[in-house]
Design a protein. Sequence first.
Length: 120
Amino acid sequence: MKNPAGKLVLLAFIGAVAAHEAGAVALYWTKTPVKSGSVKTCLGFASDAMRGTGMQGIRVSSMEVAGSRGNAYVAITCVNTAPRATAVVMVAGNELGETRQLSEELQRKIAGITLIDDSQ
């Protein structure tokens, strides 16, 4: 991973999951290249995807977008992988089926977003 901040987000995510609830037993993650070379734009896509899929308590930082839906907690980070940035979607919850479905739903949503002007 070229982005050490991405590693920190992943470690923080795993720690948050462990501390969140003893019943959180499923972790599923996916990744997708996005239609932009910018990590900042990628995080914007992640935020849009979260809002578009009914996520609650959405929090945005320079390293991740996080929120929850149902019993699942989601963290999305973006890494600089030339020529396009890559979104990494991590979902933790009580049930593997739910975490997998939500991770793949967000992955598809992010992959489908097209930015008209990528001058950021």
